[in-house]
Every structure is written in structure tokens, then in C-alpha cells.
Ligand binder design. Structure first.
Ligand code: CA
Length: 225
């Protein structure tokens, strides 16, 4: 899933990039409407995240151009403007959603996923191993087609293990992916999480398991009969 982020506030853009990257999206960025225009001409994106207050032009101009060309690319507007006028205008001009600054990274990721889901662009994001499936856009795991209820952190952990299935994922990598903004986490937090996730997979009769490599990390792999 490729995301284009057009935002001139470098600090905010950096945070958004990091957050989306951790959520499994590939992010390109630009700080002006002109850079956004160039990026849109050069590549195909699944979602556009657009700031309205850009240094060269109003982000709304870019949105208008996009829709005038007939593009149906989902657009999420980021705006610090608190008047409802701008939001209504943005939605009237063809934006699919908007988020007021400041916002929580988790909410941005959830909104982007919701846009992908609505636009039907999420279909290819399904990972499969044995009878276990993970849809990273829907944020949903299934065993033999049945939904596997997981907490957000369990989903984060399973996704990372899935993306590197058959390879060792270090405890440090898991900590960084699951607790990116927590400075202090319990030293056994990952062990506890892995224990719970393993139980859930077992209960659901998944034919994949999480193997512990003592002192190295964890591997998601198919169980050998
Ligand atoms: Ca701005």
C-alpha cells in the first residue's frame, strides 16, 4: 500500500511517516503542492494525505485538480483549521475524510485503513500461512476462514511475525513495532504477549505456531505434522 503525504511541517511529516511505515505502508512525501503534483504525476498511490496549509498553494487546489482528472484516489485532509467551513469545503471538493491537527497517530492509521477498505484497495493485502490469514488493511486475522479475535497489540505482533514468516524476528524489533511511543515497557512484555498470542492460535486450531529462539527472537512457521 503506497501513501503520498503532502505536508510542509517537517516534524509532523516525520512522525506520520514513521507511524505509517510501522503500520506497513510505503510512504512518499512532499512539502509543497508542487512536489505533491510531481509525485502524483510520477507514481500511483493508494491514498493521498494532504495538508491544506501548504507554503506555495492551498492543498485544496491539488485536490480539485485530482478530481477534475477523474481520479478516485482516496484523499484524507489534514488541517489545523478549526472552522467547519474548511472541512465542509474539503469534503465538497472530493476529499474522503479529514483529520484535525493535532491528532493521534493511531487514529490516522485507522482512518487510512478505513479509506482503503471503503475504496476496495485493500484486497491484495492478505497474507496467508497454513490455515492462518492476515489482512493488514482490514486489521483482521482468520483461521480456516473464521475471525480470530485479537487485541491491537496482538495484531501488531502477528503482522510483524507474518511479514517475516519463517525468519527470526528479534525481541527488540517486536518492542519497537508494538510499543513505538512507550519509553518504558516491562522487560517481559513481549514474552507475555507472545504467550497470549500462541494460546489464541492454539485455541483456534491454527496450524501455524510461534517458536521461541531463546535469546534471539521468535519465528512464525507452519507446524510440522
Ligand atoms: Ca501546513
Amino acid at each position: 500500500m503506497r501513501v503520498l503525504l503532502v505536508e510542509d511541517n517537517e516534524r509532523l511529516a516525520g512522525l506520520v511517516r514513521t507511524g505509517l511505515d510501522k503500520a506497513g505502508f510505503a510512504v512518499d512525501g512532499g512539502g509543497t503542492a508542487a512536489e505533491g503534483r510531481d509525485a502524483l504525476a510520477a507514481a500511483t498511490y493508494d491514498v493521498l494525505i494532504l495538508d491544506l496549509g501548504l507554503p506555495d498553494e492551498d492543498g485544496m487546489v491539488l485536490l480539485r485538480e485530482l478530481r477534475a482528472r477523474g481520479s478516485t484516489m482516496p484523499v484524507l485532509i489534514l488541517t489545523a483549521r478549526d472552522g467547519t467551513g474548511d472541512r465542509v469545503k474539503g469534503l465538497n471538493e472530493g476529499a474522503d475524510d479529514y483529520l484535525l491537527k493535532p491528532f493521534a497517530m493511531e487514529e490516522l492509521v485507522a482512518r487510512v485503513r478505513a479509506l482503503l477498505r471503503r475504496s476496495g484497495r485493500a484486497l491484495e493485502a492478505v497474507l496467508t500461512l497454513g490455515n492462518l490469514q492476515f489482512n493488514s488493511a482490514f486489521r483482521e486475522a482468520r483461521v480456516s476462514g473464521r475471525p480470530l479475535p485479537l487485541t491491537r497489540r496482538e495484531l501488531d505482533a502477528l503482522e510483524l511475525l507474518f511479514r517475516r514468516a519463517g525468519r527470526v524476528v528479534s525481541k527488540a524489533a517486536l518492542e519497537e513495532a508494538i510499543y513505538p511511543f512507550d519509553k518504558e515497557i516491562a522487560s517481559n512484555a513481549i514474552e507475555v504477549l507472545m504467550h497470549r498470542l500462541r494460546k489464541r492460535l492454539q485455541t483456534a486450531e491454527a496450524d501455524v505456531g510461534i517458536h521461541t529462539m531463546r535469546g534471539i527472537g521468535y519465528i512464525l512457521a507452519e507446524k510440522t505434522p
